[in-house]
Design a protein around this ligand. Structure first.
Ligand SMILES: *Cc1c(COP(=O)(O)O)cnc(C)c1O
Length: 446
């Protein structure tokens, strides 16, 4: 499966040494971080390291590699496009990969979300969605409506605008000073499969009623709050949200960057609630984990309102907007999403995760177990030590990336049952480690 080129131990340690001296990694100190793995190739569910480890990627490389790594169809599409044109500016030019991806998305996205802005990362897609909402209200003669309402426990990205919409007590507290100020409603507490309780929506109602004339839009991750707490909430929350937004002329932005592309079962998580947003964000699995690309897709009404106003241009335009290589990868990825029966696959993965993770409820360190679609979460009472996690990764050959008290898996949608079993076994071993002493809540970093 993998080419067999080996890297000798001296080279590996020299490279890792340079890395730790000079290269920042996500949410990590420059030096003295726990050991890193030197990845050399990846195929299907598996990442291979320079020292010869083969690790099942139980987190789909941060939720992107939905088809598994290096799907041949995507690799081929990138190769073909790179022969013709790696990039051209999107200002003044358009090109076939962008047009084709646009056509595929118009077919694939929920009905009516057919005005597409390509962004180069999820965070930027969120920034664009917010700017669209504000520009929409401005176009309607309501420039004072320039605040958003977001949910506690949410995560929308790392740029200033996206941080400002993520959990206000989460990992970005340090940067409060540079964030625009928005409003927050309480985290929806009603669990995905509990009986719905209207009281769960009161906090949102209150915030909206109190600040009605300042609010351009509400933004949330539908059903699955990922990066700030791996929480699954009741779809009825979204129905109430759609209603209240309609009643008050507030736009609804759904951030499907993590939850989209079959991750929670249906194609998009909003389908659990049977609602449509005015603007939606997609990213992560869009190119199947090959190249960065995201998008904000707006409804006819939002696009038309902006276009027919005094400032008809939408005021955003990244340098590498609609990069042809990324668009070609997106087309190939959407072909796979459209032709493979991922719904059935995800149902299978879900059943296997439930079967394997349910028994872990009784472990001493388990606080909660949550499963939906191809998402399995073990919330622990106290977090495991980094050294234990590393040891278990090596011993089991399963790549997991726990954060805070959450040990979770979001495997590629092609993962076989036997691999799910190995992933769950690794999760069990981590849950059974001697827990760390309870710490301050600043443990998002490595
Ligand atoms: C990852 C994520 C983002 C940010 O995407 P980046 O590509 O990392 O900028 C935004 N929203 C959600 C829900 C995400 O999971």
């Amino acid at each position: 499966m993998f080419s067999c080129e080996r890297i000798d131990n001296d080279t590996i340690s020299r490279q890792l040494h340079f890395d730790s001296e000079h290269l920042w990694h996500p949410y990590a100190a420059l030096k003295n971080t726990p050991a890193r793995f030197l990845a050399v190739s990846a195929r299907g569910t598996t990442i291979r390291t320079a020292e010869g480890l083969e690790l099942i990627d139980a987190v789909s490389s941060w939720w992107c590699a939905a088809h598994g790594h290096n799907a041949p169809e995507i690799v081929e599409a990138i190769r073909r496009q790179s022969d013709r044109m790696c990039h051209v500016m999107f200002g003044g030019f358009t090109h076939e990969p962008a047009i084709e991806l646009g056509q595929r998305l118009v077919e694939f996205l929920p009905e009516g979300l057919n005005k597409i802005f390509f962004a180069d990362s999820g965070s930027i897609a969120v920034e664009c969605a917010v700017k669209m909402a504000v520009q929409y209200q401005y176009a309607l003669g309501r420039p004072e409506r320039c605040k958003l309402v977001a949910l506690r426990g949410g995560y929308h990205g790392d740029t200033a605008g996206a941080m400002a919409l993520s959990d206000p007590d989460g990992m970005h507290v340090l940067f409060r000073g540079i964030m625009p100020q928005h409003y927050f409603a309480g985290r929806p507490n009603c669990r995905f499969d509990d009986t719905w309780d209207d009281a769960d929506f009161h906090s949102m109602e209150q915030v909206i009623e109190e600040h009605l004339n300042e609010i351009a839009a509400v933004i949330c991750e539908p059903v699955f709050q990922g990066g700030n707490g791996m929480w699954l909430y009741h779809p009825n929350y979204l129905k109430s949200l759609r209603e209240i937004c309609d009643r008050h002329g507030i736009l609804l932005i759904l951030d499907e960057i993590a939850s989209g592309f079959y991750r929670t079962g249906p194609r998009f998580a909003m389908e659990h609630a049977g609602i449509l947003p005015d603007i939606m964000c997609i990213g992560k699995a869009l190119t199947g984990g090959s190249i960065t690309l995201a998008a904000a897709a707006a409804s006819e009404r939002v696009a038309r309102t902006i276009t027919e106003s005094k400032i008809p241009a939408f005021m955003h335009g990244p340098t590498y907007m609609a990069n042809p290589l990324a668009c070609a990868a997106g087309v190939a990825s959407l072909n796979l999403f459209s032709t493979r029966d991922y719904l059935t696959n995800v149902r299978r993965i879900e059943a296997r995760l439930r079967q394997n993770l349910a028994p872990l409820r009784s472990l001493e360190n388990t606080a909660d177990v949550r499963v939906l679609g191809a998402i399995g979460v073990l919330e622990l009472k106290s977090k495991p030590a980094a050294d234990d996690i590393l040891r278990i990764i090596r011993e089991t050959g399963v790549w997991l990336r726990p954060f805070c008290n959450y040990v979770y898996t979001m495997p590629p949608l092609i993962t076989a049952d036997a691999e799910i079993d190995r992933i769950c076994e690794a999760i069990r071993l981590i849950a059974q480690c001697e827990p760390m002493p309870v710490q301050e809540k600043d443990d998002f970093h490595e």
